[in-house]
Design a protein around this ligand. Structure first.
Ligand code: FMN
Length: 212
């Protein structure tokens, strides 16, 4: 049964990724949800860092990171590690790495190809951004939210992103990784580069890597 699901997911991902032909879907390893340091110690260590090594993150660490950020922690309901207003689950996590841009699919625990291009430099103007291995881009999909409630949708998508970002901070503090959440992003340029629809908006970006 597991094999059938694996092949089905792989087939679907290949089929839907015609715009990123050279970039293959990545089936991430199962997230390891049993580890981590005690919460109070992690809170003591939570901090922003801006000095990143160029060393890549292994797939297992990426899987754990994305699960901690906004993975499914209650499979029976599909709810996430981060709360979302009215359970709209409107924040998508895009993962920008040297090999290209992916979209994290929490259900299938996969990275779906979006662009076969290194767009890290577009995810922020600070020097370390294009050197660090991973830049997460938090994108609000307003089509999933209440129509005609723009002010509320902007507010909720910003708060929902904050919870995800803090999960990333805590995971990084637990694992000894460096991270910085970033609002200083040329959002219109990045949205264009990512090929987002008009009702999808970049909220924040967050760099993750090993400390230098
Ligand atoms: C919404 C938000 C936007 C931020 N934008 C940036 C940014 O664009 N660039 C940056 O280097 N740090 C950014 N930061 C990180 C803050 O500068 C950092 O959290 C603050 O200096 C406190 O440091 P600490 O996180 O170590 O407590 C941002 C933080 C938040 C919450």
């Amino acid at each position: 049964m597991k094999n059938v699901i694996y092949y089905l997911v792989t087939f679907l991902l290949i089929f839907t990724s015609l715009s990123a032909q050279e970039l293959k879907p990545v089936l991430l390893p199962e997230p390891q949800t049993g580890g981590g340091r005690p919460l109070m110690q992690v809170l003591k260590d939570r901090k922003t860092s801006r000095d990143f090594s160029t060393k890549k993150l292994p797939e297992q660490i990426l899987s754990n990171l994305l699960w901690a950020a906004c993975g499914i922690n209650r499979p029976e309901s599909g709810k996430r590690t981060a709360p979302t207003a009215m359970n709209k689950q409107e924040i998508d996590i895009y993962v920008s790495m040297a090999e290209g841009l992916y979209l994290y699919n929490a259900k299938s625990n996969t990275l779906e190809p979006v662009l076969a291009e290194d767009i890290r430099e577009f995810t922020g103007g600070q020097g370390f951004v294009k050197e660090a291995p991973v830049n997460l881009v938090f994108v609000a999909d307003f089509s999933k939210m209440r129509q005609g409630a723009e002010e509320q949708n902007i507010f909720y998508s910003a708060t929902d992103t904050g919870f995800i970002s803090q999960n990333v901070y805590l995971y990084c503090a637990s694992e000894g990784l460096a991270t910085v959440v970033r609002g200083m992003v040329d959002k219109p340029a990045l949205e264009k580069k990512m090929g987002l629809r008009a009702d999808q908006k970049v909220i924040l970006a967050q760099t993750v890597g090993y400390p230098k």
